[in-house]
Design a protein around this ligand. Structure first.
Ligand code: 5RP
Length: 228
């Protein structure tokens, strides 16, 4: 996704932001562009308050003086703007490429609306080409990995399940690890979601189902907005 398309998508998403809103602020390179544009609007007088979905986004918002709050202080938000790794025709997503999926899902679920900012390359017919991030507790990693493999076998899903970072595991903001599952195709995202959440060591996964209410899709022909 070119930087220009990220900026175009982020710009169009600003159209969803209204004065006085409590915002969820996403994570990733597209969300970074949104934060930069939001900061300019704030300097020009827009009044919003935001909950960032990662330490990374928190740092950028703080640097650019975007007013921040927490979900403890402000547990109900109006709108979350966030990127995604994949988006299908039913507005189901794969997220977590940047490792922030747990906070992203908590924040999106606490928001009245979630608007996704992506480029056309992220729109897919069937989710799964992008490896599905599964956030797991470091305790019992081996057992959790076996349980996920057995579940994949049961559901007919084939592909490597790799610990992000390998010998030096990537650690999420919540202190967990991520297993990236290269299933290629996930025909039943709802079924996989439910069953993954039944594995005790799984903290959360990157399938976002029923959360996004609109998507701003940037392409060479311009911007397309789809709503659920
Ligand atoms: C982070 C995410 C990101 O939204 C996703 O990875 C997209 O990132 P980018 O905008 O850099 O392509 O889910 O956890």
């Amino acid at each position: 996704m070119s930087k220009e398309l990220k900026i175009e998508a982020a710009k169009a998403a600003l159209g969803f932001v209204k004065d006085g809103m409590k915002l969820g602020i996403g994570t990733g390179s597209t969300a970074d562009e949104f934060i930069r544009l939001l900061a300019v609007e704030v300097k020009n007088g827009l009044s919003i308050i935001g909950v960032p979905t990662s330490e990374r986004s928190h740092a950028l918002c703080a640097e650019l003086e975007v007013p921040l709050t927490t979900l403890e202080e402000t547990p109900e938000l109006d709108l979350t703007i966030d990127g995604a790794d994949e988006l299908d025709g039913d507005m189901r997503l794969i997220k977590g490429g940047g490792g922030a999926l747990l906070r992203e899902k908590i924040v999106a679920a606490a928001s009245g609306q979630m608007v996704v900012i992506v480029d056309e390359s992220k729109v897919v017919e069937t989710l799964g080409t992008f490896p599905l991030p599964i956030e797991v507790n470091p305790f019992g990693l081996g057992a959790t990995r076996i349980a996920i493999s057995k579940l994949a076998d049961k559901l007919g899903l084939v592909g490597e399940i790799a610990l992000r970072g390998g010998d030096k595991p990537f650690v999420t903001d919540g202190g967990h690890f991520i297993l990236d599952a290269s299933f290629s195709r996930i025909p039943d995202a709802e079924g996989l979601s439910d069953e993954l959440l039944n594995i005790p060591g799984v903290v959360q996964h990157g399938l976002f189902i029923g959360l996004a209410s609109a998507a701003v899709i940037a392409g060479p022909e311009g911007i397309r907005i789809i709503k659920r």
